[in-house]
Design a binder for this molecule. Structure first.
Ligand code: ADP
Ligand code: MG
Length: 694
């Protein structure tokens, strides 16, 4: 592939704009060709003021009828022009005598700028202008996203150069375009058109990207993404893992019998899906998603039991220590009695462990005596050696970065076998995301809650009505119920979180004499956290004030009210998870979203839309869908993929048909046209495709 710019060795010799191009990732000719305009300016025609609409970026030709310096409200050059249909005032706040000369009364000029309408008539602020007459542009003028050191004109030239040099040969296999109706344009035609559209195009079709040229690019991009994910899926299929058959009356069946409840149909179904994966000699790579409280932990435990039955080890991980404890305590309570007769043990690995305890635990893990290893990220740190890790289960997978997942996979069993991987998440992935960014994952969904849960009523209340909320708490506590009060995490400052939580704790203690009000925050030593948690779980503590450390995993059926302070600062899915902490018992439960209006005394549009969504629906999938709509896919993907790997052109909302097409196309292409597939991926991702597979 040819490169536009000097070789890296000569980097020092690069000019500032050249460096800027590189920094923007515009390295190859094809990168430049794929840098599509943000919008266009129409310099192909002259409009009459009479026909213009306020807000138009318009080009007019007119005669200067007045030119004067005004000092009110500040020094400015005010020029009035007349185009025979109407007049327009041009304002310049910085100007030199040369400008005044060029705009002398009687001059004929061609002016471009945004037209503002108003009761004093048309205006343009700092328009560009040149003498009237001269040729009109034959194509719309593209405007590219750029940085300040890289002027549009320079970038435009670079892009057109790249476009002319790049190899734009078609990588869609023959016959494809006919089978895909919206995509009838070739890549070459599409790119040339999008960089220099003819003036007769309906601009709206470029803006909403419904134009066939856009359709082609989106189809191209989605196909590249699907190809790369399918490849990584196939690469994984070539790896080996231990295969576990379910043992009749083994640990799995005994655990099932020991549970104090019956599995829901959904739990049974996903259990079968996972068991089927575990029986195959290929590493499982499955996401188990299910709403808060849908009972994912039991399903995970049953999967672990299958591996342990077969004589392999299982690792269970959660993002924080307190979560690991909360999530798995119950599970271990069920498993340990079954372990004892088999001589098996559970090992805990956490960051805060004393050296001696940790050493002992590590020995248990290395010998294989610990069939189940539970903990935080510490579980996958270097010194931890498993005898034979068969299954790794990660709770709240979205909090784990790619690097951590890779580290885990590297804990091979020594015989070239990889562990099976089960990731769990309470944040369901909307269907379109599952089909695109997560196409390499298998997904199991628990779409049913265990019986007996009561719906949680959600209320939006302004912070100024805090007193009423405290009154509600008083009423709940009087009935023997328990209450959570959650303070937000302020990313920049842990100290601030603490102050906030501490103050709330103090004021609630004062407001609720006779009730025990506890405080839990991330900076507390673990033993103290444990003590607070156990007082709350045991029902002695009436109110628990905490930073978001309780976000997931606390299971106290008697808690019937949750107050979330500064709810506007939380993500929807996070709010949903928090809310899932109440309504676990038979009592009617409520969640109060306390919001504070911003400096302008008003909650912003988006913030309001988000909080309203919370009050309107309790369906985790619907909430995830709205979250995606409001915040875009970046938030969902988290550490999974870098910005570079994000879809640039396709929009999962409007382009589902193209996504579906790309999903069908990718396997056909890999099988029948591997050369084209490689060329296609190379074109779209260049050196980046490896990262996509992490
Ligand atoms: P999550 O999916 O949020 O991780 P958990 O696994 O923590 O949910 O389960 C929530 C609660 O529901 C736990 O107390 C668990 O013991 C209980 N539970 C799980 N499955 C069932 C079931 N089928 N019937 C009744 N209770 C269940
Ligand atoms: Mg859970």
């Amino acid at each position: 592939m040819s490169t536009t710019l000097a070789k890296p060795a000569a980097q020092n010799a690069l000019t500032v704009p050249q460096k800027a191009l590189l920094k923007m990732g515009l390295k190859r000719d094809i990168d430049l060709a794929l840098h599509l305009p943000l919008r266009y300016e129409d310099e192909t025609r002259i409009v009459k003021l009479r026909d213009a609409r306020p807000g138009d970026v318009a080009q007019i030709e007119a005669t200067v009828v007045n030119c004067e310096v005004s000092y009110r409200p500040r020094r400015q050059l005010v020029v009035t022009v007349d185009d025979d249909s109407d007049t327009c005032v041009l304002r310049f706040f910085t100007f030199y005598p040369s400008l005044q000369k060029a705009l002398a009364v009687g001059s004929r000029i061609r002016v471009r700028g945004e037209l503002k309408g108003g009761f004093i008539g048309w205006q343009m602020v700092h328009p560009t202008f040149k003498p009237a007459g001269g040729e009109l542009a034959s194509a719309l003028t593209p405007v590219y996203s750029t940085v300040s050191v890289l002027p549009q004109t320079y970038l435009r030239k670079a892009v057109l150069g790249g476009l002319a040099r790049a190899d734009l040969s078609d990588t869609f296999p023959p016959g494809v375009t006919e089978s895909l109706q919206p995509v009838v344009w070739s890549l070459r035609d599409s790119l040339h058109f999008l960089h220099q559209p003819t003036p007769d195009v309906a601009l709206a079709t470029l803006e909403d990207r419904s134009h066939p040229a856009w359709q082609r690019l989106k189809a191209e991009e989605l196909l590249a993404q699907q190809l790369s994910q399918l490849e990584s899926k196939r690469e994984r299929a070539a790896l080996r893992a231990p295969s576990f058959a379910r043992v009749e009356d083994g640990l799995h069946d005994q655990l099932l019998a020991a549970l104090p409840f019956k599995l829901t149909h959904a739990q049974e179904r996903v259990g079968r899906e996972i068991a089927k994966d575990l029986a195959r000699p290929v590493p499982m790579h499955r996401l188990l998603q299910g709403d808060v409280g849908s009972g994912k932990t039991v399903v995970a435990a049953l999967a672990a039991a299958i591996a342990i039955d077969a004589g392999w080890q299982c690792a269970l991980m959660a993002p924080t220590e307190i979560l690991a404890e909360q999530h798995f305590r119950k599970l271990i309570g069920w498993l340990e009695p079954l372990f004892a007769p088999r001589g098996l043990r559970v090992a805990w690995l956490t960051g805060s462990q004393k050296k001696k305890e940790r050493t002992a635990m590590l020995a248990l893990v290395a010998s294989g005596e610990a069939a189940l290893v539970v903990g935080t990220h510490a579980v996958i740190q270097e010194q931890v050696q498993f005898r034979n890790l068969g299954v790794a289960i990660i709770d709240e997978q979205h909090r784990f970065g790619v690097a951590q997942r890779l580290a885990l996979r590297a804990k091979m069993s020594g015989e070239g076998l990889e562990p099976h991987l089960l990731m769990m998440s309470a944040t369901p992935i909307p269907r379109t995301l599952a089909m695109s960014y997560y196409a390499d994952l298998d997904v199991s969904t628990i779409d049913e809650l265990p019986p007996g849960r009561t719906p949680v009523v959600t209320k939006l209340i302004a912070d100024v009505r805090r007193e009423e909320v405290i009154e509600r708490i008083r009423a709940q506590v009087a009935q023997g119920r328990q209450v959570y009060w959650v303070c937000p995490l302020i990313e920049e400052s842990e100290a601030l979180d603490l102050t906030n939580a501490t103050q709330t704790h103090e004021s609630l203690t004062e407001a609720l004499p006779g009730a025990m009000v506890g405080l839990l925050h991330s900076r507390m030593p673990l033993p103290e956290k444990r003590a607070v948690m156990s007082l709350f779980t045991a029902g002695q503590m009436a109110v628990l004030v905490s930073t978001t450390v309780i976000e997931v995993g606390v299971d106290v059926p008697n808690a019937s009210l949750m107050v979330i302070e500064h709810a506007e600062r939380f993500g929807l899915s996070q709010l949903h998870q928090l809310r899932g902490r109440v309504g676990r018992g038979a009592a009617a439960s409520a969640c109060v979203l306390l919001y504070s209006a911003g400096e302008h005394g008003k909650l912003g549009e988006t913030a309001r839309a988000r909080l309203k969504a919370m009050a309107e629906t309790a369906d985790g999938f619907e909430i995830a869908r709205r979250d995606l709509e409001i915040r875009g896919p970046g938030e969902f993907l988290g550490a999974r993929q870098s910005g570079a790997a994000m879809l640039r052109f396709a929009d999962l909302d409007t382009d589902v048909h193209l996504l579906e097409w790309a999903r069908q196309m990718a396997p056909l292409m890999l099988d029948r046209h591997p050369q084209l597939a490689r060329q296609h991926e190379q074109r779209w991702f260049g050196g980046k495709s490896e990262f996509l597979k992490a």
